[in-house]
Design a binder for this molecule. Sequence first.
Ligand code: SF4
Length: 361
Amino acid sequence: MSSTDASRSPEPWDETYDLDLEEVWQRVRQRGAKRVLLQFPDGLRDYAPGIAKLLTQRTGAEAVLSGEACYGACDTPSASALHAAGADLLVQFGHSPMPSVPVKDTMFVRAKYRMPIRPAIAKAVGELGLRGKRVGFVTTAQYAHKTDEAIAILHELGVEAKVGKGDLRIALAAQILGCNYTAAKAVEPEVDLFFYLGSGDFHPLGLALETPKDVVVADPEFGTVRLMSGLRDKVLRQRFAAIETAKRRGGKRFALLVSTKAGQFRLRLAEQLQRRIEAKGGEAVIVQIDTFTPDALQYFRHMDAWVNTACPRIATDDYAKWPVPMLTPPELEMVLGERAWEHYVFDEIAGDKKLHSPMFD
Ligand code: SF4
């Protein structure tokens, strides 16, 4: 538990996460919030009722739990959803803010892993022969507070680590998102490979698709280490198949999908793609949608392909569930003959300028 709340009795999450709850109570009191909407990603949802109860005990404010899925700081309820819940403040757990995404009345609370990191780092260095290498160190919001410690451990083990700073979509040094690898790209020319500290394949897979350099994963939670090259090659084969299928279906008619989520909303990109498709004699409709599912998209199944301008991972990670090829914007360029396969790039959402959002402008 964090030093400021050492007086309370241990809660179920304390063993795994530091949730900085004292800061939440303080912010709720400072704002004089009467009702607070709490949003959790799946991994923290079990703790939601306990946190809601504590919030009311500590601040007197009522708590309402959001039952919607929450995938990232890109995915906050709109001002009208906040209003519908009668809430003065949204508290989203598990993510760091995206400085380039406009949000109102919102507080982000990171879930900082308490897990020791040395065993996984030492195992990766030993088993994957990293001594003497220069690595680009990357991680997620859950482990970013351990960056200095990780660099020191790597140094001790004979590995030089570089840390990059991302663009305005990224709040923390060394942090990567599933849609943004600018912190890694900042140090790419100086390193032999990347070293990812964290759990799961989601983040390191995106990085492996973004860079020609290999990506090592050291997972403190499960104590496992691995290289991402095998999975990257498998996903690239799937992407190639999706592009070829779109061409075989005609490669002319497209549904351009635009998300209503504040941090995934890229209407201008969709409009630009529509003009390019039409200039080549094709047809394109823009479809605005909150959550992409095969059912929600079934009315557009006669299209040659769907083009996803929202979270890039909807196309790559959910590959098997789409009955129509789901492409990223650079993959559409390949269908249109504007980009060669040798120049395949991952679709990043940049944070170099504020995203335009009709919900918050
Ligand atoms: S757009 Fe996708 S990858 Fe990026 S933060 Fe949101 S959910 Fe994660």
